[in-house]
Design a protein around this ligand. Structure first.
Ligand SMILES: Cc1ncc(COP(=O)(O)O)c(C=O)c1O
Length: 395
């Protein structure tokens, strides 16, 4: 059975070119980049090149890039560095729809005594920027707002809000884990001080992340140890993964056009055809301002988990929320923050495409999903009840 993988916001396939670039660093060039000998020094030179490739993808300078172990570490380091560098400030602003990497850390800090403000979103997942700006105070240590949401795909106006936050002399962090490689990012056009990336969302391996720290931003390391990463993150570098990430960033820059044309067209076809063929489907998120690869669809009156299982039996891999919220029967906090009604929140499925998806795969989903939905609705007491309440058709 062929796998149709449309769960790329959860993780992506390592690009063949990335794997090829990495392999020699396991067996041939295994030196420690901190060593004095040239066997290690040669590896340090390759890390330098990878750092430049990462910096180029987001319009940063190489010395503003710190390699970490994942997006979660980058988020944690950023927010903790911001509050540690402003010890007299006790207020944190974030949004109601952040990934658990930011959400749970902020909630943890709130339990430790920080005042936490969570900015709401509207029914299309758009950020209430006025609410955010009105809540900035002289006590605000950090504002952390994701660039694009992992579930709805909705893109937030980071360039605009970060500039205003910066004018108030408040540290601005953005989790750009889902935005990177899918939409252009240029930190130079923003007031962003700290930005997180994750390798495994852009066809690099798992276990590598990046924290961008704007030159001049007050910073304190999370992992205290050796002098690696200019003393900003201790620990011997994950060399193969760093080399792979550098390659992945080069490829992402080359593919951004394709993401926004071919991949977007496939996403739109999937969405439009499913809406046409299946009654009572809603799109979760602002269709005009979303990542080009993502659609979250609410199939009313049925359970997302049942849809996922039946799709899985056909080799189709999607998600009923972020990878972290699936596995729990609680509806996703993102969809709840958007006020998605009970009748569709439970039946919401996220499809997230990549450049490796083909039209044939999308057609396979379009053909096979509508009968699955029809079958599940026949079994659903909520659907049966809904149908019974519909006025009878006229003569
Ligand atoms: C928006 C967002 N932030 C952070 C993360 C965490 O990244 P990692 O898995 O590299 O820790 C994810 C992963 O799903 C994500 O989607």
């Amino acid at each position: 059975m062929k796998t149709v993988y449309v769960d790329n916001n959860a993780t992506t396939r390592v690009a063949p070119q990335v794997l090829e670039a990495m392999l020699p660093y396991f067996s041939e060039y295994y030196g420690n980049p901190s060593s004095m000998h040239s066997f290690g020094g040669d590896v340090a030179a390759k890390i330098k090149a990878a750092r430049s490739a990462v910096a180029d993808l987001i319009g940063a300078a190489p010395e503003e890039i710190i390699f970490t172990s994942c997006g979660t570490e980058s988020d944690s380091t950023a927010i903790r560095a911001a509050i540690d560098s402003n010890p007299h400030k006790r207020h944190i602003i974030t949004t109601r729809v952040e990934h658990p990497a930011v959400k749970n850390l902020c909630e943890h800090l709130a339990k430790k005594g920080y005042r936490l403000t969570k900015v709401p979103v509207d029914c299309d997942g758009r950020l209430d920027t006025d609410f955010l700006l009105k809540n900035l105070t002289d006590d605000t240590a950090v504002v952390s707002v994701m660039w694009a949401n992992n579930e709805s795909g909705v893109i937030f106006p980071i360039e605009e809000i970060s500039q205003t936050v910066k004018e108030r002399n408040i540290t601005f962090h953005t989790d750009a884990v889902q935005a990177a490689g899918k939409i252009p990012i240029n930190v130079g056009r923003t007031g962003v001080d700290l930005l997180s990336l994750s390798g495994h969302k852009i066809h690099a391996p798992k276990g590598i992340g990046v924290l961008y720290v704007r030159k001049g931003t007050k910073f304190s390391p999370f992992l205290i140890g050796g002098h690696q990463e200019s003393g900003r993150r201790g620990g011997t570098e994950n060399v193969p993964a760093i080399i792979g990430l550098g390659k992945a960033c080069e490829l992402a820059a080359d593919h951004i056009e394709e993401e926004n044309t071919r991949v977007k067209a496939l996403r739109d076809k999937l969405e439009n055809e499913l809406i046409k063929r299946v009654p009572h489907v809603t799109v979760n998120g602002d269709r005009g301002c979303r990542l080009p690869n993502t659609t979250s669809l609410g199939f009313e009156y049925i359970e997302g988990e049942a849809i996922l299982l039946m799709m899985d039996a056909l080799g189709i891999c999607a998600s009923s929320g972020s990878a972290c919220t699936s596995g729990s029967l609680e509806p996703s906090h993102v969809l709840r923050a958007m006020g998605v009604p009970f009748t569709s929140v439970h039946g919401s499925i996220r499809f997230s495409l990549s450049i490796y998806n083909t039209e044939e795969e999308i057609d396979f989903i379009i053909e096979n999903l509508p009968p699955i939905i029809a079958r599940l609705r026949q079994l659903s007491p909520f659907w049966q009840d809904f149908i019974k309440k519909q006025p009878a058709a006229g003569p």
